[in-house]
Design a protein around this ligand. Structure first.
Ligand code: 4NP
Length: 157
């Protein structure tokens, strides 16, 4: 019998095509590497609806693939009301994402909403939006996400 996952985690950015799909894929890879996939339910979503139904940005898919992570099966969706009930931890990629989430969440769910990089212990606060930048931005975002994912896993497991 499958045990219920101990943690349901939702990664959130603006479009759900660049940063949060990477976070979903990389955090899942970290969890898998530790043989703990049954303990975690992991999804991602965007606060905006512009890209709903789309595959992740090709630059996110490329950087993930370069590090052995396949995120091509993901499809963008928008954060919805149910998410605030279903997930234990809702992690915004930047402070603007966190503000948007807090403005939409019922009072009972505001304690679940955090900034992803609060778990990284580094200097950076936000995972910067790489959408309008070049490939360097995506590589930088990948490394920030990898570091934060390992730190988050170490805290939760
Ligand atoms: P993401 O990046 O929030 O990391 O997925 C963006 C993707 C698309 C847009 C903005 C940010 N957009 O404005 O369409």
């Amino acid at each position: 019998m499958n045990a219920k996952p101990r943690y349901a985690i939702l990664f959130v950015c603006l479009g759900n095509i660049c940063r949060s799909p990477l976070a979903e894929g990389v955090f899942r890879a970290v969890v898998d590497e530790h043989g703990r996939s049954s303990a975690f339910h992991i999804e991602s979503a965007g606060t905006g609806a512009w890209h709903v139904g789309e595959q992740p940005d090709p630059r996110s898919m490329a950087v993930a693939r370069r590090f052995g992570v396949d995120i091509s099966g993901q499809r963008a969706r928008q954060v919805n009301k149910e998410d605030f009930r279903r997930f234990d931890l809702i992690l915004g990629m930047d402070r603007s994402n966190v503000q948007t989430l807090l403005s939409r969440a019922p009072q009972s769910a505001t304690g679940k909403i955090r900034l992803f990089l609060d778990h990284a212990g580094g200097r950076a606060v936000d995972v910067p939006d790489p959408y309008y930048g070049g490939d360097d931005g995506f590589a930088a975002v990948y490394h920030m996400i990898r570091e934060a994912s390992e730190a988050l896993f170490a805290k939760l497991d």
